[in-house]
Design a protein around this ligand. Sequence first.
Ligand code: ADP
Length: 354
Amino acid sequence: PDIITKYEVLERVGFGAYSDVYRARRLSDNLVVALKEVHDYQSAFREIEALEILHNSPNVVVLHEYLWWEDGNEDVVLVLEYLRTDLATVVREAERDGRGIGIGELKRWMVQILCGVDACHRNGIVHRDLKPGNLLVSDDGVLKIADFGQARILLEPGYAAAYNDPQLYEQNFENLENTLDNSSEMHISSSCLATCSRSDVEDDRQGCFTSLAGTRGFMAPELFYGSTDYGLEIDLWSLGCIFAELFTLEPLFPVTAHIDQLTRICSVLGNLTEDVWPACSKFHAYKKISINKVANPIGLEACLANRSHEEISLVKRLVCYDPARRATAMELLRDMYFRDQEPPPPPPQVPLSD
Ligand code: ADP
C-alpha cells in the first residue's frame, strides 16, 4: 500500500490501547512524521474528524494525511506531525531535578493548553482524555493537544456561533445536550465506572482502560456517577487537575489500588451534596455509591501548599463539583494571571503532503 512507498519507518515510539506509533521519514522530502497505526476504525475516524476540524489550531497536533486499506484488518494509519516529548515528561524531569517549573514557563504551558482546549470547545469538540501525556511538546517548546481517539463532537446546532456570544454561550454551555453518548461503549463505561471493581483499577493502572471516558486521575466526578449527558465541562475538570500537577509536580488525585478515586476527590473537596451540585442526585449511581462522610476535607489550598492565591483560585474555578460552575478556557485566558503573557508562538511551517 501507499504507506510503504511514501514513508520509511524509523522506530516505534509509543503505543496506546488501540494504536502503535512510529517515527518515520517521508521519502519525498525527508520530513520526520509520526505514523499512528490505529487498530480500531471508530476511534481512528473519530480522531481524523476532530483533527480535520481543528487543522488551523496552533495548539493541536497537525494531521498531514491518513491512509487505510482493506486486507481483513481494520487498520488506519494517521500521518501526524512528529513531536518528541510531552508534558508528562516535562513534569517528571522537573520533579527528578528537584527544580520545579519556573513561573514564566508555567504560564507558557498553561496558555498553550488553554488555547488548544479553547479551539476544541469553540468547535464543540470534547476531548475526553486530557492529561499531561496527551499534551505533546515540540523541540521549540510548542505544546499541542494530541490523542483525539476518544473525542466527541457535540452536534448542538449553532454551537460555534454561540461560543462567541457570552449570553448565548452561557445558555448553550449549561444546557448542552450531548447527542453522542448513546453508544454502547458509553453505557458500558458509565456502569463500569459506577461499580468500579478492583480489576478495573488494576487495568487502569496498566493503561489499558482507555475505552472508558478518560484516565481515572483526570476524570470529572460526573463520569464516576454514570452521567451520560455530560459536556465540555469534563475537559475543564481535567484541565484543573493538569494545572495543579504543573504547580506541585504531583498528581492532584493520584490513582492507587486502595483508595477509590471518588473517595479521594471527596476527601479534598468535601461531601457531595445537592447544595454544592444541585443536579447530582439525578444520576442513577448517586444513591448506589456510598462514600463515608468527610468531616474535615483537605481542601485544594492544602493540596497546593506554597502556591499563590491566584494559582489556587485558577484550579478552584476548574476543579469544582458542579460542571456548570467550571470556568471556560476562554474565561481563564482572560484571567489577570496571564496578563503578562505573549500569545503562544505561531506553529512551525510544515509543508503539507501532496
Ligand atoms: P492512544 O490513542 O492509543 O492512547 P496516543 O495518541 O496517546 O495513542 O499515542 C501513544 C503514544 O505514542 C504517546 O504516548 C506518544 O508517546 C506517542 N505519540 C503519539 N502521537 C505522537 C506524535 N505525533 N509524535 C510523537 N509521538 C507520538
